[in-house]
Design a protein around this ligand. Structure first.
Ligand SMILES: Nc1ncnc2c1ncn2[C@@H]1O[C@H](COP(=O)(O)OP(=O)(O)OP(=O)(O)O)[C@@H](O)[C@H]1O
Ligand SMILES: [Mg+2]
Length: 451
């Protein structure tokens, strides 16, 4: 606190006001006094005080009412209640209403001086901690992304570099690593941020539908085309088009897309006019596109057009130091959302999350925390709340990749069996997409036994 601390004394007895004022002035504080609640509130509104010494019993407006008014408008002002011996229980109530502490009349001025010192020290500490925390958060949070690991810090840096440019960006990484969040972060800090961010999931649509989604169509372009419809390219004009699951598009659509990228214009389906657009293209894939190129499934010329800058999101198991921050972040979010007073993860629970392999990456971690918050009965999450993560009772917990693979294998098998091999349901429970699940089934050579 650089400015001189300001203290207000509120008491209906003149003798109390005068003696306290003299005492505190001697200690070097700026002191003012008021004889009742309304006068005190008037003074506080004109010039906020750091500390208010407030008599509990005053004619007219009593101390509790004054306290509530102060706390409503000036939550940072600390209030010390002064109370006669008989009304200590009211003073305790006042603490619940936001008073810092109370002193019992008649009091030793020395005692008051010490209490004020303590409050001021505490306030300094709170300010320092606040500044420190803000600095940390700035460093480890980037838009909605969280990460303190070196690879995530590099991702933040790359986002900062590419956001002001027109360079196409391809984001790669396993399912659930945060590709969509990265795309949104790039848009959010780019000069295009006030223009639309338009996502399109290319994998979800058959060829013809994808083309009409991308480019739009004219009325009568095909049966069922009753109105002219704008495509995503037009919607994204001036902004960002996010082509998700780009690895899934057909060779035919690849050619069309390449042409748009080269000419920066296109025709709607069934249309004749060329439409010019200014769109920043970001794409994402969890496929290895180099492999797809080698197999002739993806055009290399399109790949190079889309991939001027690559952002690679490493799987969560390769940046375990992000797990505690992420876990706490999701815990805070879901405790509020589900309305439970859960304040922390027990050290053992955190150990367990650190040791787990997270095949579904951050999404799986998020789902796991949500699930644990739902089933938790206490004020902290314990290993029991994450029992569903354990592949089998007493499974080895450790960082060796063999153990982790075994753990993952057992876990996936268990979820598959629980869901009677319903792939969509199992993938959702695991927090991975269906393609990833199929790949894991192939990798581990699972076979369905119950039919
Ligand atoms: N670094 C991160 N910080 C905070 N939340 C994250 C982070 N990474 C991912 N998430 C959260 O995890 C979930 C999955 O992220 P997102 O949808 O971006 O993944 P994705 O890579 O696009 O996955 P998919 O390939 O399956 O589409 C989201 O709820 C997202 O908010
Ligand atoms: Mg995604």
């Amino acid at each position: 606190m650089t400015e001189q601390p300001k203290i207000l004394i509120v008491d209906d007895e003149q003798i109390v006001r005068e003696s306290l004022t003299n005492w505190l002035k001697e200690d070097g504080y700026q002191v003012d006094a008021a004889g009742d609640g309304p006068e005190a509130l008037g003074k506080i509104r004109r010039l906020p005080f750091h500390i208010v010494l407030l008599d509990l019993k005053m004619p007219g407006m009593d101390g509790i009412q004054v306290l509530q008014e102060i706390k409503k408008d000036f939550p940072d002002t600390e209030v010390i209640l002064m109370t006669a011996y008989g009304s200590v229980h009211t003073a305790v109530e006042a603490i619940r209403a936001g008073a810092y502490d109370y002193i019992v009349k008649p009091f030793d001025p020395e005692e008051v001086g010490l209490l004020i010192k303590k409050i001021l020290e505490h306030k300094n500490l709170v300010m320092e901690n606040l500044l420190l925390r803000q600095k940390l958060e700035e460093k480890y949070e980037f838009e909605d992304l969280i990460g303190k690991s070196a690879p995530m810090q590099q991702v933040f840096e790359l986002i900062r570099q590419v956001a002001p440019t027109q360079a196409t960006v391809m984001i790669t990484g396993e399912s659930g690593t945060g590709k969509e969040l990265v795309a949104k972060a790039i848009h959010a800090i780019s000069p295009r941020r006030f223009e639309p961010f338009i996502p399109l999931s290319c994998g979800a649509l058959p060829d013809t539908l994808l083309e009409s989604e991308l480019f739009g169509y004219e009325k009568g372009a095909f049966t069922g085309a009753q109105h002219t419809k704008k495509g995503r390219f037009e919607m994204a004009d001036g902004g960002t088009l996010f082509l998700d699951e780009i690895g899934e598009i057909s060779l035919k659509t690849q050619i069309d897309l390449l042409r748009v990228l080269q000419e920066k214009s296109f025709r709607r389906l069934g249309g004749t006019d060329m439409i010019k657009v200014d769109v920043h293209i970001i794409s994402a894939t969890n496929r290895n596109l180099q492999e797809a190129i080698a197999q002739g499934l993806f055009r290399s010329d399109l790949y190079y057009r889309l991939n001027v800058v690559t952002v690679l999101l490493p799987p969560l198991r390769e940046r375990r130091e992000d797990i505690p921050l992420l876990a706490k972040h999701f815990l805070k979010r879901y405790a509020i959302e589900i309305n439970k007073k859960i304040e922390r993860l027990s050290p053992a629970a955190l150990d367990q999350l650190m040791a787990y392999n997270w095949p579904g990456n951050v999404r799986e971690l998020e789902n796991a925390i949500e699930r644990a918050v739902v089933i938790s009965m206490g004020h902290e999450l314990t290993p029991g709340d994450f029992a569903f993560l354990q592949a089998s009772p007493g499974a080895p917990v450790g960082y060796s990749s063999k153990n982790l693979q075994e753990l993952e294998k057992q876990h996936i098998q268990k979820i598959l069996e629980e869901n009677h091999w319903n792939i969509s349901k199992s993938a959702a429970d695991l927090g991975i997409d269906r393609v990833t699940l199929y790949n894991k089934i192939k990798k581990y050579g699972f076979e369905r036994k119950d039919n």
